[in-house]
Design a protein around this ligand. Structure first.
Ligand SMILES: [Fe+2]
Length: 295
């Protein structure tokens, strides 16, 4: 998701040249635009991550990947994937040109539609690109959508987003999305695991978030997260750890309006700050932390 002011990146413009989208930014998946090189890039990324993730990603993610039969060898066919996803939780994916306006994004989530950027990064961008592409959006986000509790959480988030926009509290909700849906960790009886899409789709961060001594790992707390700035250009300085998806859903079920007011009174925390009330799993040693500003 993306904040208000935003310039469409060159790669998004280039990939979408000649395509048109509907008012809700969806378009049919432009299958004939994928090249043999795109499918090869998908296969490379898929194989790399599926080697990294056992023992690191949570079981729910790995089960989702298997149950949806996400294609390992080529960019998945969205319609085929939707047959399984719809049957499981009533969610579907819709193809979009890239990042879309907040209100359109929230409206899709509120209606159990997950917008997926249709195009794929290029071979020189295997490790990192700033914009979400089909690998991040589909491989990273979609497997958890067959988990009923997470599926409900994301829909509730969309509904909350539509409301937060009207109230002017979008940055608070954006932090919640960032530190859960994108960069969340979960505590399990087998140890700490990843569920955030930004991590499961990244080779280096899927190791760093769990195994490096540099970042903080702190227990999930809704208000704490809504106060915490974040990194968009480096690994996170702090990861937040949930105990279960139910905890995530329960914490976000109440009306957020009084919570927004409380958070406003408390003020912001830097991306790497530890708060006195934190349930700390690990205090980062700060090695390699960027000095540039947090978002
Ligand atoms: Fe994402």
């Amino acid at each position: 998701m993306e904040m208000n002011t935003y310039t469409v990146p060159d790669i998004t413009v280039r990939k979408n040249q000649g395509l048109t989208h509907a008012a809700d930014f969806t378009l049919p998946q432009p299958w004939d635009r994928y090249t043999a090189e795109d499918h090869q890039t998908w296969a490379t990324l898929y194989q790399r991550q599926s080697e990294m993730l056992p023992g690191r990603a949570c079981d729910e993610f790995l089960q989702g990947l298997a149950a949806l039969e996400v294609d390992a060898h080529q960019v998945p066919d969205f319609d085929r994937l939707n047959e399984k996803l719809l049957a499981a939780t009533g969610w579907r994916i819709v193809a979009v040109p890239g990042l879309i306006p907040d209100d359109v994004f929230f409206e899709h989530l509120a209606n159990r539609r997950f917008p997926v950027t249709w195009w794929l990064r290029e071979p020189h961008q295997l490790d990192y690109l700033q914009e979400p592409d089909v690998f991040h959006d589909l491989f990273g986000h979609v497997p958890l959508l067959i988990n009923p509790v997470f599926a409900d959480y994301l829909q509730a988030y969309g509904k909350g987003g539509m409301k937060a926009k009207d109230l002017g509290y979008l940055p608070l909700l954006a932090r919640l999305y960032w530190y859960t849906v994108e960069f969340g960790l979960i505590n399990t009886p087998q140890g700490m695991r990843i569920y955030g899409a930004g991590i499961v789709s990244s080779k280096s961060e899927s190791v760093y978030c769990l195994e490096s001594d540099s970042p903080n790992r702190v227990g999930f707390d809704l208000q704490r997260i809504m106060r915490t700035r974040y990194r968009i250009d480096t690994f996170q300085k702090t990861y937040f750890v949930i105990d279960s998806f139910q905890q995530l859903f329960d914490a976000t079920a109440p009306d957020f309006t009084p919570i927004y007011h409380a958070v406003e009174q408390l003020g912001l925390l830097g991306a790497g700050e530890i708060d006195a009330h934190d349930r700390v799993f690990h205090v980062g040693n700060r090695v390699g932390w960027a000095e540039t500003a947090d978002v």
